[in-house]
Design a protein around this ligand. Structure first.
Ligand code: FNR
Length: 335
């Protein structure tokens, strides 16, 4: 059994946020693994794989939309999370991505109407046969480890029955968010129910999730890993508000986190909406009180966001770098 999911501090999947810049920032700070945002099967199946020489990345794109952008530093450390309700489509994705990613995870916890109506996310939790179909199809097609991420069920006995069926699919790990389908923050994470899963599932690593309200410093990763008796800990909201939570040396000031994030957003040519979303989440209440926060709210482009933090030179530097590489490539083609 691979150690990929053992003793790891993990960036959880987050739609809009878990893209190249935030993933890279968390890895640089000290995260061991990062999950992509959930990507719905159809989007990846319809995407084209392109080696982006100007950025040094592998891109899956649909027209101008970057569905997935993988940087070299992520090799072996980035888990693709998919949203699916079909074993066949899941297997197709495994064939498409090959080993561009370190693993493939299936989202079985998303309670949003969009996922539920399409039979994806938390809708799967009560359909064990469908789960088995998806995981076994994915496993037979995948070059990389396969995992899934669930929420706990309303009846803890049902959770245990479900995870034992998942274990039989011989997945490489199981992520457990300790909240029920209808629970949200500030509902407490059900630490005991995560521990019950970890005790029931002995043959594969269990990854605890849902503990952002508890994790205040680096040492809390280990504390909650021990408390839940899980193999690894995965966090979402805390990593979004304070990416430097992954630094062994301690968290940084939020404005340093923002500057480090913006540098990567410029380097990897992230879109304005995704960049603004993450910066706003790090700013939190400062959006209303701090001049840099207010300027971010008013910004209409990545350049304007950079200007709010006195980083227009960084924006220009990476734009020029890209242009240089693109014109070199054009010159090679003309030769
Ligand atoms: C999420 N979550 C989530 N989960 C998932 O499996 N796939 C996804 O794409 C997303 N997207 C997402 C976006 C944002 C902005 C947030 C805050 C959360 C849920 C997330 O991974 C995690 O399960 C919960 O947030 C609980 O963990 P924390 O926040 O307590 O660490």
């Amino acid at each position: 059994m691979s150690d990929l999911y053992r003793n790891k501090k993990i960036l959880a999947p987050m739609v809009r946020a878990g893209r190249t810049p935030l993933r890279l920032l968390c890895l640089k700070y000290g995260a061991d693994l990062c999950y992509t945002e959930e990507i719905v099967d159809k989007k990846l199946i319809e995407a084209t794989r392109v080696v982006n020489e100007a950025l040094g990345t592998i891109d899956y794109r649909n027209g101008d939309d970057i569905i997935l952008r993988l940087a070299p530093e992520e090799k072996g450390r980035c888990i693709l999370q998919i949203g699916t309700n079909s074993g066949e489509k899941a297997a197709k994705i495994a064939q498409i991505v090959g080993d561009d990613v370190a693993g493939i995870d299936v989202n079985m916890g998303c309670p949003k109407p969009f996922s539920i109506h399409c039979g994806m996310g938390a809708a799967l939790l009560t359909q064990t046969e469908k789960i088995v179909d998806i995981l076994t199809s994915l496993k037979s097609a995948a070059k990389v480890p396969v995992t899934c991420k669930i929420r706990v069920l309303d009846d803890p006995e049902d959770t245990l029955k479900l995870v034992q069926e998942i274990e039989k699919c011989r997945v490489s790990a199981l992520g457990v968010h300790g909240r029920r389908r209808d629970e949200r923050q500030p509902d407490k994470c059900r630490i005991d129910e995560i521990r019950d899963v970890a005790q029931a599932v002995q043959s594969i690593p269990v990854i605890s999730n849902g503990l952002s309200d508890e994790i205040e410093q680096y040492s809390d990763f280990e504390k909650y890993q021990l408390l839940t008796e899980t193999s690894s800990t995965m966090i979402a909201r805390k990593a979004l508000s304070t990416p430097s939570i992954f630094r062994r040396e301690g968290c940084l000031d939020k404005y340093e986190d923002i500057r480090n994030f913006l540098e990567l957003a410029c380097q990897y040519d992230e879109s304005y909406t995704m960049t603004k979303y993450v910066v706003q989440r790090i700013l939190g209440a400062d959006q209303e009180y701090d001049p840099r926060g207010k300027a971010t709210v008013a910004a209409g482009s990545v350049l304007q966001i950079c200007k709010a933090f006195g980083m227009e030179d960084v924006y220009d530097k990476w734009r020029d770098e890209r242009k240089k590489k693109q014109s070199k490539k054009r010159a090679r083609v003309d030769d």
